[in-house]
Design a protein around this ligand. Structure first.
Ligand SMILES: Nc1nc2c(ncn2[C@@H]2O[C@H](COP(=O)(O)OP(=O)(O)O)[C@@H](O)[C@H]2O)c(=O)[nH]1
Ligand SMILES: [Mg+2]
Length: 260
């Protein structure tokens, strides 16, 4: 029984999908790609990869239309639960996450190193790596601001609230009830995880930006609109948890750095 799955949300990644999958397949026997309504050659390139790599079990979920980063991850969560996996590793498919780090996420989550945790999150601000990119200043500002606001409100000690490279204990995923389909989904996840007292650790990952002009799509490209959307989702998520009886953590939740 393969007890873990690697999953990648994908939207219009025709330039990356094959090379990223080649790398992921070096570390994972079970891979899921959620094709979030791509309109470029992504679907064809996935099919070609599947046929050219019969040794590797790649499952593909196609969203009929683009539903958003959060929606793509929710589909991966549901699939990992339905298929009975114990652990799920998620990473992006645009070259910003190095598949060679998958084993570290898995061992941190499966307990060999840090005694078993619910969520392992990559952080681009825990350790400086040679060759790290300079993040776009606006993105850096919003990341730092939202990360410190979440720490303040949820008594967490995160250093990077937005890294898509994560590992999850699937039993913990079953407790989540994620509503947001967009880029604020990770923030809703932190609210629910912290208010449920989940055990969270961060491990360092390099900071890689290959395309500084990458768009969030529409109005979200404006920093203040994005900030407003993030604040709205955090406030709504906290209220939704309080409405079902959870309260804001009053002690330092168990976010520990697991420095490798
Ligand atoms: N931009 C975008 N990416 C999506 C969407 N759905 C899935 N993805 C994938 O989600 C991952 C992260 O997206 P990206 O735009 O790189 O986010 P960022 O690195 O945080 O700016 C990538 O693998 C995308 O292909 C979507 O609706 N829009
Ligand atoms: Mg990216």
């Amino acid at each position: 029984m393969h007890d873990w799955l690697a999953a990648l949300p994908v939207y219009n990644e025709q330039n990356f999908v094959a090379t990223v999958l080649d790398e992921v397949a070096r570390y994972a026997n079970r891979i899921l790609v959620v094709n979030d309504g791509s309109t470029d050659e992504t679907a064809e390139r996935l099919l070609y990869w599947q046929r050219s790599r019969p040794d590797c079990r790649l499952e593909v979920i196609h969203h009929a239309e683009n539903r958003g980063y959060g929606a793509a991850l929710k589909s991966a969560f549901e699939y990992s639960i339905d298929q009975g996996y114990k652990y799920l590793v998620t990473l992006d498919c645009d070259g910003q996450h190095q598949p060679k780090r998958i084993p570290r996420f898995l061992s941190a989550c499966a307990g060999a190193d840090c005694g078993g945790v619910d969520i392992v999150s990559g952080s681009r601000y825990l350790k400086q790596y040679e060759g790290d990119s300079q993040p776009p200043s606006e993105r850096l500002y919003i990341n730092k601001r939202i990360t410190s606001e979440l720490n303040e409100q949820l008594n967490l000690r995160l250093t990077d609230a937005f890294c898509g490279f994560k590992a999850y204990r699937v039993e913990a995923l079953k407790l989540l009830d994620i509503q947001d389909d967009g880029y604020a989904m990770p923030l809703e996840l932190w609210v629910q995880a912290a208010m449920r007292g989940m055990r969270i650790i961060e491990i360092p990952v390099p900071l890689i930006y290959l395309d500084l002009n990458r768009s969030f799509g529409g109005a979200l490209d404006q920093a203040e609109k994005r900030l407003h959307y993030y604040h709205e989702v955090i406030a709504r998520s906290v209220k939704a948890m309080q409405d079902v009886g959870f309260s804001l953590p009053s002690y330092q939740s168990s976010v520990q750095g697991c420095h490798r």
